[in-house]
Ligand binder design. Sequence first.
Ligand code: SF4
Length: 120
Amino acid sequence: MKEMICIVCPNGCRMEVEESDGRILVRGNRCKRGEEFVRSELTCPMRTVCSTVRTAFPEAPALPVRVSAPIPKDQIFPVMHAIHEVYLTRRVARGETVIRDVLGLGVDVIATSGILIPKQ
Ligand code: SF4
């Protein structure tokens, strides 16, 4: 038996997980999402990545970005590396793609701030 903490919502349920005969038994989760989280963690753990990219604009030298959907946990560092290679020379709006299909994962890196777009 192992203990896992669900990170899906702020409740942070502490769960007991038991694997037997190919079945996964979960106790301590307050909702179904906890069980789904355990199954995902045991088979293909996924994570969201937030970071910043460098820009050519002195008023905003770093632009906040995130992946548009969770990525496999073992791809976090390669994706962070790809993000850190970016040097933006065009102004992008919030939600606009900064890296399309990063590392072929089927996920984009998108801007989470509109600080590069001058206010009118
Ligand atoms: S099991 Fe449900 S209630 Fe508990 S932390 Fe996960 S999502 Fe939140």
